[in-house]
Ligand binder design. Structure first.
Ligand code: ADP
Ligand code: MG
Length: 648
């Protein structure tokens, strides 16, 4: 409704302005010319005058007020054509600006919004094609090659390569089979899947990404807030200046022109458009940046602290050695796994995987299980107390470690985690667990240094020797080992005091407090974890660690773009000012330049949407190459070990 009115206004005032111009050229400033010009001014100007009056009620003197005063002044001194041209240009420019901004936003949305049109579900023995909005949790959904998955769910049957770019930004397809996780918005490239819907509609990861991006685009950057505050004092200052100009020169036309050319339009939008475009670019590359302030800070982190397990390492540790003392290896595994069922820790999963692998489905239930963060777990099996965890856990419970210290050391020096299993009196055995360092971690360290990050460290609850081994392998500046979750927060504070702005990178599994307390919390592999998506400031949807360098680069490109816009806006304002003072710029020309500069600022920001295209092409080339080599699941997983993470 509103839009139509605005379009009509533009058309009406535009044609009247054109007619009046012709009449003016033909007959000069006669009563007819003036009447038509007044009509055009009135039609185009009404919304501006109303807005100015509305803002005044809240004691805000904005751009609309400047234009209103200028137009009023022009009418008073008989510059009817100037009044007509200025109101029309301002209105038209405003409309164009709104449209361009809307187009920018919706082009971002369309990059992301890839919801499928229909969903195929199995209900009552038949396959039905229904509206995806009607799918409910628990439905069995069938997806064929080339189709988009409509729900978040668990694969029941089938085997497929799935392109998860919509979620993770990765163009390399991942292989999905029974028990794997499927995400709404992702596309099956080959094969088919039958998926049980776990989350539908607004609860899906995909829908939440969209929501987060929309919210983020409204969260203002610091620069933006500053500019807004600035323009609140700026406009009254401009009015004062033009009054002064008039008092000194007695030149009313110049004074009025000053009002118009000093409109801070381009300056006000210079920051937000860049931020919106930057956030949009990130989202389409699997990098969620939750707000303008975060986007501004990200590229300036001086220190980066990494969590070890699940971040620098793959987080899919495996039991590689078992030493049992006085019990069988099977018995040892059974005890440990019975307790670890209650734990979400990656080490716990490794132990359970090994146990089910060796023992099949094992029986036995633990009671009174207590998770001890950073140490392990304590529980009872049939009244008997057991401990599974690290040295501190056993020290706390006064269980002697004499005699096995050497063995522990040997394992730890290899970078492995030695998990002790014992009862209240003695250690029953050791499960030595190894986790592979991510393939792209080393490259990331190099890239981050190139980006100027000065200090890279690792924080871990794991033991000193394992931490040292991994830190050395990656070439980090240091490590902090045997930390409890609260210690991690303390270490972050110390690092911040010593080095400046600090970013913490974690997987969000057991490092949420650290992610929240750093200047910037960055979660890796966010597509799998709710906590990570909620608590972190930046979420890398894929487990591809290398995206961190992309994210930092994007942040810098966005900030650079914002600065270009600000400098440009100031430059135009300065030139126009000089033009007014030297009497080479009149009212309508000033307005024209002003509107053009606003559009140029928007167009410059739109360039940001293309950031990283080259890297995308590189990625796609690699995909095609892999496919032409005839990819089988094994090779895919070997080349890209990180892609398994989303299964976990
Ligand atoms: P990280 O900082 O590497 O993510 P955590 O703080 O989660 O490590 O855990 C620190 C240490 O505590 C582990 O290395 C392990 O020795 C012990 N631990 C924690 N939870 C468990 C568990 N469920 N089972 C066995 N050991 C555990
Ligand atoms: Mg961890």
């Amino acid at each position: 409704m509103f839009k139509i009115t605005k379009g009509l206004r533009i058309a009406a005032s535009g044609s009247l302005a054109a007619i009046s111009f012709i009449v003016m050229k033909a007959t000069g400033y006669g009563p007819v010319t003036i009447a038509v010009m007044l009509a055009a001014t009135f039609i185009a100007g009404t919304p501006i005058f109303m807005k100015a009056a509305g803002a005044l009620r809240y004691r805000i003197i904005g751009i609309d007020a400047l234009v209103t005063i200028a137009v009023g002044g022009a009418l008073v001194i008989g510059e009817y054509w100037e009044a007509t041209a200025v109101t029309f240009l301002f209105m038209f420019g405003d409309w164009l600006e709104a449209r361009t901004l809307e187009r920018t936003r919706s082009s971002i949305r369309s990059l992301l919004d890839l919801a499928p049109a229909t969903a195929r579900v199995r209900r009552g023995g038949a396959e039905l094609e229904i509206d995806p909005a009607l799918v409910v949790a628990g439905d069995i959904v069938v997806i064929r090659p080339g189709e988009r998955i409509p729900v978040d769910g668990t694969v029941l049957e089938g085997d497929a390569y799935v392109n998860q770019a919509a979620i993770t930004g990765e163009s390399l397809p991942v292989s999905r089979g029974p028990d794997g996780q499927a995400f709404s918005g992702t596309v099956i490239e080959s094969g088919y899947l039958v998926v049980r819907a776990d989350r539908v509609g607004d609860d899906t990861t995909f829908a939440r990404i969209l929501q987060l991006v929309e919210d983020a685009q409204d969260k203002k950057a610091k620069t933006q807030k500053f500019l807004e505050k600035f323009s609140r004092y700026y406009t009254p200052a401009v009015i004062a200046m033009s009054v002064l100009l008039y008092l000194f020169t007695r030149d009313l036309v110049s004074a009025l022109t000053l009002l118009v050319i000093a409109c801070p339009g381009a300056l006000v939008i210079s920051a937000p458009v860049s931020i919106v475009a930057g956030i949009g670019n990130g989202a389409s590359h699997g990098v969620l940046v939750k707000g303008g302030d975060v986007m501004e800070k990200l590229g300036t982190a001086r220190v980066i602290a990494f969590d070890k397990t699940g971040t620098l390492t793959e987080g899919r540790p495996a039991v590689v050695r078992i030493e049992a003392f006085g019990v069988t290896e099977e018995e040892l595994l059974r005890i440990a796994a019975t307790g670890e069922i209650y734990s979400e820790h990656p080490l716990a999963r490794a132990i359970i995987r090994e146990a089910t692998g060796r023992l099949g489905e094992f029986t036995g239930t633990a009671r009174n299980a207590r998770m001890l963060p950073g140490r392990g777990i304590r529980f009872n099996i049939e009244e008997k107390a057991y401990l599974v965890g690290n040295r501190s856990l056993f020290a706390e419970n006064s269980v002697p470690l004499a005699g096995i210290e050497t063995l522990l050391r040997i394992e730890e020096e290899k970078g492995r985690t030695a998990v002790l299993v014992g009862d209240a009196e003695r250690v029953l055995g050791i499960l030595s667990i190894a986790d592979v360092v991510r393939e792209d971690a080393k490259a990331l360290v190099v890239n981050l240094r190139k980006l100027g990050v000065r200090h890279l460290v690792m924080l871990t609850g794991d033991n000193e020797r394992a931490a040292a081994a991994i830190s050395a392998e990656l070439g980090l500046d240091g490590y902090y080992a045997e930390l409890l979750p609260a210690d991690k927060v303390r270490v972050l504070e110390e690092l911040q005091a010593a080095h400046g702005r600090i970013a913490m990178v974690g997987d969000g599994v057991n490092d949420a407090p650290a992610l929240a307390s750093a200047d910037l919390g960055i979660a890796v592999g966010g597509a799998g974890s709710d906590v990570a998506m909620e608590t972190a400031d930046v979420v890398l949807m894929s487990a591809e660690l290398g995206r961190l360098a992309y994210a930092m680069g994007l942040s810098r490109a966005t900030v650079a773009n914002m600065k270009q816009n600000i400098v440009f806006a100031l430059l135009v304002a300065g030139l126009l000012l000089a033009g007014v003072l030297f009497k080479t710029v009149n009212l309508s020309f000033g307005m024209l330049v002003h509107e053009v500069s606003v559009l140029l600022v928007i167009i410059n920001a739109v360039r940001l949407l293309g950031y990283g295209r080259k890297a995308d092409r590189e990625d796609r080339r690699r995909t095609l190459e892999l496919q032409s080599r005839g990819t089988d699941g094994a090779r895919l997983h070997r080349d890209r070990p990180d892609i398994q993470r989303l299964d976990a």
